[in-house]
Design a binder for this molecule. Structure first.
Ligand SMILES: *Cc1c(COP(=O)(O)O)cnc(C)c1O
Length: 490
């Protein structure tokens, strides 16, 4: 068998060794519950066979993945390195210390806390740390409800008042912000009175002057920056200036773009680490590590951040911290900087390919890893576009656009990201081909008409043969760039 070479932007691995490792592991698993072994194998086939443009997903290396399947998982290790509430944590200490060291070195951070189990958990750690560090409480008042889920808006107001009525200013959801940045379905929206900043209606870009005025008016405890669906760089130096002016703490959630920070594509004013008081992240998106989170902090927040477990987190996951250490070590290799640059170059190629074919993009382009399409010009909702693209073998997700007339469920947007396919070795030409496929699907899809004579927001028809034709073209692209080249489960 000839084994295709790994791409220049992904870590090399020995295909025969990795194949043997996975085959043996699946045999051991299958002896207990064969349906789980089958599902694991089927997931590899699905991942290999789909043109994955989900901006938050990626493919971790075999080394990262294999690091998670072992007995480190069996160890309880509440506490921090050298200060555990359990005996026998010397190996977990080694693992956690290495992961934190790699994170500090990679991002040039004063402090790193690598225990959060996910990005949302990392944000909780950060918010609690800021409250703990910055707020002196008046006596707690009685809330009156039996269960926190029963707390009325008034009760939450009482709690917020007990916390001294702290405020959070975050990016609005339809401008690309995240639920954990002070919105009601998340605890952050209950702990803090929230106000959100949007983008300029003309350009779709952040308006720092407007944000400054809003911050002066609102005077937040936390100025939250970071996004899940904003296709542009953010000037974190300007954000810090604004925070300082109103005596706010700048928390940057780099969950989506941590890989671009790690790969030094976002430098200077666009690197959050030197500017923010606290930085939170996932490790599994553009950073290409295991599913998890981390927090970086300036020294004054380090102790408060380290209290994440047990304040808001369950016991640390030593096997995942080990995988974070491996992924962060990979991200410190020169190959990762090439990867990060390719992610952005590819997003630009995708954006230009789409615009050249008549697709409207929010902000008219990109300078990060994601592209946000406004599909309303095709008479479609995001929901219809997402489903039609999926029928054609292209995996994306629908997303609101600023001031979206279709709301958060149907939406008018499609979000695309390049991190995953770039890991597979896709280059600019491949993304231009991908743009052509997407534009064809959008142009060849129409909403059906409801009984009331209105265009449906969910149902659609596609031109004859379009889905099959696109699937075949997508398969060709995927075959040219195999995922985990040479990895064979037998
Ligand atoms: C994905 C994301 C998160 C949540 O990460 P999870 O690991 O899913 O909890 C938080 N913040 C932002 C900005 C994100 O994009």
């Amino acid at each position: 068998m000839t084994v295709p070479a790994p791409t220049a932007v992904t870590p090399a691995f020995d295909a025969a060794t990795a194949s043997a490792a996975y085959r043996n592991a699946l045999q051991v698993i299958g002896a207990v519950e064969p349906r789980i072994a089958d599902a694991i194998g089927a997931e590899l086939a699905d991942q290999r066979g789909s043109l994955k443009l989900i901006a938050s997903e990626n493919y971790a290396s075999p080394a990262v993945l294999l690091t998670m399947g072992n007995w480190l998982s069996d160890k309880y290790a509440e506490g921090t390195v050298g200060h555990r509430f359990y005996a026998g944590c010397q190996n977990v200490d080694t693992v956690e210390a290495l992961a934190a060291e790699h994170a500090r070195e990679l991002f040039g951070a004063a402090h790193a806390y690598v225990q959060p189990h996910s990005g949302i958990d990392a944000n909780l750690v950060a918010f609690w740390a800021v409250l703990a560090q910055k707020v002196e409480l008046p006596a707690l008042t009685k809330a009156g409800a039996k269960h926190v889920n029963d707390l009325s808006d008034d009760d939450w107001a009482t709690l917020r008042s007990a916390l001294g009525d702290q405020r959070m200013l975050g990016m609005s959801l339809d401008a690309g912000g995240h639920l954990t940045h002070g919105f009601r379905p998340n605890i952050s929206g209950k702990m803090f009175a929230q106000s959100s900043y949007g983008t300029d209606p003309e350009t779709g870009l952040l308006d720092y002057a407007a944000l400054r005025a809003q911050a002066r008016e609102f005077r937040p405890l936390i100025l939250m920056a970071g996004y899940s669906a904003y296709p542009r760089k953010v000037d974190f130096a300007a954000m810090r200036e604004i925070a300082d002016e109103v005596d706010a703490t700048l928390v940057v959630d780099m969950a989506h773009f941590a890989g671009l920070v790690a790969g030094k594509v976002f430098r200077g004013d666009f690197d959050p680490v030197p500017h923010a008081h606290v930085v939170t992240s996932t490790t599994h998106k553009s950073l290409r590590g295991p599913r998890g989170g981390l927090v970086l902090a300036q020294p004054e927040f380090a102790d408060a951040v380290d209290r994440g477990c047990p304040m808001v987190l369950g016991g640390p996951l030593p096997h995942v911290m080990a995988a974070k250490a491996v992924a962060l070590a990979e991200a410190r290799m020169p190959m990762f900087a090439d990867y990060a640059q390719a992610v952005v170059d590819n997003a630009v190629a995708l954006a230009e390919g789409l615009m050249r074919r008549g697709v409207r993009l929010v902000t008219g382009g990109t300078d990060n890893h994601l592209v946000l399409l406004d599909v309303s010009t095709f008479g479609l909702t995001g929901r219809q576009a997402e489903s039609a693209l999926l029928d054609a073998g292209i995996v994306t997700n629908r997303n609101s656009v600023p001031a979206d007339p279709q709301g958060a469920w149907y939406t008018s947007g499609i979000r695309l990201g390049t991190p995953a396919l770039t890991t597979r070795g896709f280059g600019a030409d491949d993304f231009d081909r991908t743009a052509a496929l997407i534009a064809d699907v959008l142009a060849g899809t129409s909403p059906t008409t409801t009984s009331a004579g209105e265009p449906s927001r969910a149902k659609y028809t596609m031109d004859d043969g379009l889905a099959d034709r696109t699937r075949a073209a997508a398969a060709e692209l995927l075959d040219a760039h195999p995922l985990y080249p040479g990895l064979d489960l037998g």
